[in-house]
Design a protein around this ligand. Structure first.
Ligand code: GNR
Ligand code: NI
Length: 167
């Protein structure tokens, strides 16, 4: 296992659109393990390939309190917004460390993805899991939570990140 380096906003590589994974093989399984280790060591609850400069459609998540319920989604797709009601949630991002901003997103989504055996599975995500999946799927499109904020706020965050990187 290895921890991977996380790209920090405004690194332009975070804007890359990730490519579908054609074959869920041992190198993808190894990548998933390394991403989980990176996520756990950063005390995150999700991580997208994009954030570790691997531009493939893979995300890892663990929203459990005990940090013992890893979820890996390969080529995830939101099949349906199950509940059109938006819900506000204070979001953080390992690529924007120390910044928390309230964002609104659909409160429940139906997701399908491949597991690490390459088998498709489908489920309904609600609550924090729904938020994190949408946050991670944005990363795969090169989109970030700061994009939902005002230009002024984003500029302030850009300056904070320059200082963070200098430490
Ligand atoms: O660790 C994370 N916490 C979090 C909190 C609220 C909404 C989304 C997230 S995801 C984030 C980790 C991360 O940056 N994933 O891309
Ligand atoms: Ni993030």
């Amino acid at each position: 296992m290895a921890t991977l380096k996380i790209l920090i906003f405004p690194d332009p590589k975070l804007r890359t659109v990730a490519k579908p994974i054609k074959d869920v093989n041992d190198s993808i399984r190894k990548l998933a393990e390394d991403m989980l280790e990176t996520m756990y060591s950063g005390e995150g609850i999700g991580l997208a390939g994009t954030q570790v400069d691997v531009h493939k459609r893979i995300i890892v998540i663990d929203v459990s309190n005990e940090k013992n319920d890893p979820l890996v989604l390969v080529n995830p797709v939101i099949k349906e917004v199950v509940n059109n009601e938006n819900k506000a949630y204070s979001e953080g991002c390992l690529s924007v460390p120390g910044i928390y901003e309230e964002l609104e997103r659909p409160s429940a989504v139906e997701v399908s993805a491949l597991d690490l055996d390459g088998k498709e599975f489908t489920f309904i995500a609600e609550d924090i899991l729904s938020v994190v999946i949408q946050h991670e799927m944005d990363h795969l499109e090169g989109k970030m939570m700061v994009d939902f904020l005002s230009n002024l706020k984003r500029e302030m965050i850009r300056k904070k990140m320059a200082k963070y990187k200098a430490t």
